[in-house]
Structure formats: structure tokens, C-alpha cells
Write a protein that binds this ligand. Sequence first.
Ligand code: ATP
Ligand code: MG
Length: 371
Amino acid sequence: MEKLRDAGFKAYIAGGALRDLLVGRNPKDVDIATNARPEQVRRIFRNSRMIGRRFRLVHVYEHGQLLEVSTFRSNEAEDERQSKFIKQSDEGMLLRDNKYGTPEQDAIRRDFTINALFLDSGDFSLVDYVHGLKDIESKVVRSIGEPGQRIAEDPVRMIRAIRFAALLDFSLEPDLYEAILVNASRIQQASAARMFEEIKKLFLCGRAHRVLELLLETGVFGYMFPELGNVAVKDSPQHQWLERIMRQFDRWHAHQVPVSGELMIALLFGKYHEALIAQAMADGMPPYPAAETCVARHMARMNEHVSVPNAITRHVAQIMAMQHRLATPKESAVKKLVHRACFHDAYIYFKISARFDQARDDAVTWWEKHV
Ligand code: ATP
Ligand code: MG
């Protein structure tokens, strides 16, 4: 930041990093906002590179740390209107015209007031155009601007609001809460490409059990995963399953155990996939192809709303396909199974599902002696 200032630019700590610092959490990365253009940032830091298609950011590597430097810009909705001015970058990449703005415009294009504060690195003053500090102090997630309109612009903001409320133990400001209730079904119009990343953040944030409560009470869950059907019915088997899975995610987070995207997806849809597989087997399909086909078909349907990378889909299918063999263990098959790439995740899945099932629990005892 000193380097930016020495070159005559502003350098603010922004977004999630500053929010985390103000609530006393360790920020996982640092975002810097500046009035220097990406090309100018590139020239100041030799060890940096341009990233991003839609908006160009600069990744700067300094003192073994990665810093994300973005240029102040103005509202996305305006950017959308400008999208006919599509340009090519130096790397030949197609990108939309960046619409740069003032610090104030950059603050108000952000999603929530708690995410829109700046800390001026020159004099350490807080630059607060949206009364974000007041909301941090009173622990409220509040939309910048009219919540219904901000959700219509970008429905992903509903699940971001829920994530921040759960994670920070903040309340949702009443108008925002109301707007989420009214607009819940719009989550299906969110960009499928971004949904997978946001869903991972949502369930692996460390407060997934609270996330689940909020998703269910606002009705967003039912639109995100309509196939999970009766989950909103408290204490239905699906609800019990999800509740336990969420608690498990939170325990892993508390112990800093990383969870792969494939294991997360496998567990999230576990109960549903098992029902599909049981049906296919009852229709005469052998266990392995039944598992692979059911998972692949479901993921293909889901792709419309949430695009899960193919490699992950295949891995989830493998995890589910292995369950039958884990449940009916044979000494002769141990070696072959444990060397499979997905054995680790499949076995974790199996152990967790065994908590619902005595027969599987006996198989776990067998496995513990053999691996
Ligand atoms: P975390 O990194 O912990 O998920 P974050 O707040 O840093 O939280 P990012 O997704 O990294 O979230 O985004 C950085 C900042 O960009 C946010 O703090 C917010 O100001 C802005 N932002 C992110 N997503 C949106 C969005 N959908 N609409 C408006 N602003 C957004
Ligand atoms: Mg961030």
C-alpha cells in the first residue's frame, strides 16, 4: 500500500478483509482497493499478474503473500448496460469494458454495508460511505440500496447474506429478510457457474448448521435443491440427515480438516442418491452401474442451476458406487479398494452414514481392523 501511495495513488483495505478485522476475525485474504488502473498497478509491482474476465484485478505477490488489488469501479448494473462495448485485452481475452468509479461509487456497488468499508492505509482513517461501522457494531447484515432490487440484480446475494449472518452471528436486517422471503425462488436464476463456489463457501464456512436453518426458514433451500423435497419437514429423515451432515462440516472446520468439494456434494445429496440407487437396484440394475448412472443423471439435471465440474461429478459417482462394497466387505477385495483414488472420501462417507445404520456400523468395525 505504501508503494501505491508513493506512486500518488490511494490504497484502501476493503471488503471482507476489513469486515473480518473489525469483528475480530483473522481475514483469510486481503483485498486492496485503489484508484490506480490495473495496468498502473502492474507497473508498480513486478511480481504481479492480471486476472479476471469480467473485471480485471491484479494479484500482487509481496513478502510471500498474495494480495488482491482492484480498481474502484461503479455499479454492476451499469456495467451490464455497457456490455455491448466488449473489448479484447492484451492477452486476447474477451472482456467487458471496465467502468471505473470513485471510492464512493465503489462502496455503493457492493452487496452489504458491512462489506463496503474502507481503511485508508495512509492515515488509518475509516472511510465509511454506507454506515457500515454502525451495522458491524449492531451486528446487522443490511443491503446497500433497496434489497429487492439488489437481489433481482444478483440473486446470489441472498445466500451471501445468509452466509454472513450465520458466520458472524449477525441478524438479517428486516427489509432484507423480507426481500429474501419474497424472492427465494429467484435463486434458480443465479449464475450456475458461480453457484457451486458460493455453495461450497456456504456449507464449509464453519457455521453450516445455522446456514441450514436460515436457508430453510427463508424457503431458499427448497428452491436451491428441490429434489431434496421433504427436508423442510422438521425431523423427517432427510432433515435429520442434513442436520447431522452440517454439524459434521462444522466440526471439520473447527479442527481445520479440509473437505473436498466432492465429499461435500456426496454428503449433501447422500440420502437422496441412496434412495435413487436403491430404486435402480430394485429395478434390477447391479449396484455399481446403478450408483454411477443415478449420480450422473442427477448431476446432469442439477447443472442447469449449479454447474458442478465434471471431475467432481465423476468422483461423487465413484464415492457412491463404492458404498455397496464397503457395506459387504471381503478380505480379497481390500487391496483393490483401498488403492482407488476415491477410497478415502468413500470411506469417510461410509463411516458417517453408518451412524444411521446398524448393519453398516458392523461393517465399519470390520474395516477398522483391515485398513
Ligand atoms: P469471503 O472472502 O470471506 O467469502 P468477502 O466479503 O471477501 O468474504 P468475496 O466474495 O471475496 O467476499 O468478495 C469481496 C468483496 O466484493 C465483498 O466484500 C463485497 O464488497 C464485494 N462483493 C462480492 N460479491 C458481491 C456481489 N454478489 N454483489 C456485490 N458485491 C459483491
Ligand atoms: Mg474475500
